[in-house]
Design a protein around this ligand. Structure first.
Ligand code: PLP
Length: 217
């Protein structure tokens, strides 16, 4: 599928949900994709990309940012505390804020650097033990803590369990965001972004539907 076709599907889902055109931002997830596929999407005019790892993004994106004006990069994957500074220099948004220690590190570096990426708190809506994210029951308190640190909190993010119907997870995330006055909802991937848009997603993170299967399979 091309980026244009995915964009058309996003537009159709917005319209079906009675939402305004362009109310959903399409993040093209370029992790582990061959360079020529990413360049084709850049050539087609797309400028918003997501990566999972700081190291991988630091290796390949600086050159593309020089060649293509207006590239915006979002970090989607787990962030180790010792990579926070590098992540803040590379990314315009971080979708994986998942613990108090990381929030405190971001706040300290934001003072020092004079800027901070937009932040999404990752919520472990399926309460899966192996998965990153704040448990739903602890999220209100964590949101308050992040706000006390004066960090630019934009919204919440989730990755529903692969075997579940994603809709209830998206609904839960939207409820937590609404009761905390947060606008941003980062939810929906290649297999379920239309469902996520129906449930209020503001950012969908679409990889394989845009670029094809990844090299890791
Ligand atoms: C890889 C990844 C995606 C994109 O997944 P696809 O199924 O290829 O669309 C979205 N979000 C996160 C956090 C990811 O790691």
């Amino acid at each position: 599928m091309s980026i244009e076709q995915v964009r058309e599907r996003v537009a159709a889902a917005e319209s079906a949900a009675g939402r305004a055109p362009c109310s959903v931002r399409l993040i093209a997830v370029s992790k582990k994709q061959p360079d020529d596929r990413v360049e084709a999407v850049l050539e087609a005019g797309h400028r918003l990309f997501g990566e999972n790892r700081v190291q991988e993004a630091a290796g390949k994106w600086p050159a593309w940012k020089e060649r293509f004006e207006g590239v915006e990069m979002h970090l989607l994957g787990p962030l180790q505390t010792n990579k926070t500074r590098q992540a803040m220099e590379l990314f315009d948004a971080i979708h994986s804020l998942d613990r108090p220690k990381l929030a405190r590190t971001l706040a300290r570096l934001a003072q020092e650097l004079g800027h901070c990426p937009a932040l999404f708190i990752e919520v472990n809506t399926g309460e899966e033990p192996q998965k990153a994210g704040i448990l739903p029951g602890a999220t209100d308190d964590f949101i308050a803590e992040v706000r006390r640190l004066d960090l630019p909190l934009q919204g919440l993010m989730c990755i529903p369990p692969a075997e579940d119907d994603p809709a209830p997870h998206f609904r839960l995330l939207a409820q937590i965001a609404a009761r905390n006055g947060l606008d941003g909802l980062s939810m929906g991937m290649s297999g379920d972004f239309e469902t996520a848009i129906a449930e209020g997603a503001t950012h969908v993170r679409v990889g394989s539907a845009v670029f094809g299967a990844r090299e890791d399979g």
